[in-house]
Design a protein around this ligand. Structure first.
Ligand SMILES: [Zn+2]
Ligand SMILES: [Zn+2]
Length: 183
């Protein structure tokens, strides 16, 4: 597999240790260059839905795409604490172009505190890795997988996130190598 470089861009306040850990894990997993870019992202006013107190991730992705950051030569993954939604769903852990170059993941509902638990940085990092790999998988063109242990399985709740692993199942792994083969 020859993967494009991955660029992580924090949107809003994101813990740097958490980002650095994600950077190392992704670079090992995809065997590619991963960097963290502190790039100011201006959100359009209509990205925020005051009634829902959530941000429309499609509008955020459209906005990032319009800046042409990465010039199509890198996978851009926005990491944010904002609570995200898309039309038709109460919330999303993330969203990605598939295939494409832009993806976003939210920490908001990955935090144990969101469910009344104690903060747990290891658990948070593990969940973030799963959702980051999942969204990057979409950018490479992978679709949802019916294997609940596969990182490409769709997560409707935090339980689904915890059940899946951060790895691709055998068939997704094969599909990924086909999708990323340089012809
Ligand atoms: Zn998905
Ligand atoms: Zn799979």
């Amino acid at each position: 597999m020859v993967m494009k470089p991955i660029v992580l861009i924090p949107l809003g306040e994101v813990n740097i240790d958490l980002l650095s850990r994600l950077k190392d894990e992704l670079s090992e997993m995809f065997n590619t260059c991963v960097s963290i870019l502190f790039h100011p992202i201006q959100l359009p006013l209509n990205a925020y839905n005051a009634r829902r107190k959530q941000y429309h991730s499609t509008i955020i992705l459209d906005n990032i795409r319009s800046t042409n950051i990465g010039c199509g030569k890198a996978s851009i993954l926005i990491v944010t604490d904002l609570d995200l939604y898309v039309s038709g769903l109460n919330f999303v852990f993330g969203q990605a172009e598939s295939p494409g170059n832009y993806a976003i993941v939210s920490l908001h509902r990955l935090r144990p505190e969101f469910y009344g638990g104690e903060p747990d940085s290891n658990l948070l990092a593990e969940r973030l890795l799963k959702e980051a790999v999942h969204e990057l998988g979409h950018t490479y063109g992978l679709k949802h997988c019916s294997n609940p242990r596969c990182v490409m399985s769709f997560s409707n709740s935090i339980l689904d996130v915890d059940i899946k692993s951060f790895r691709f199942c055998e068939s997704c792994r094969i599909r990924l190598s086909e999708l990323t083969r340089v012809s």
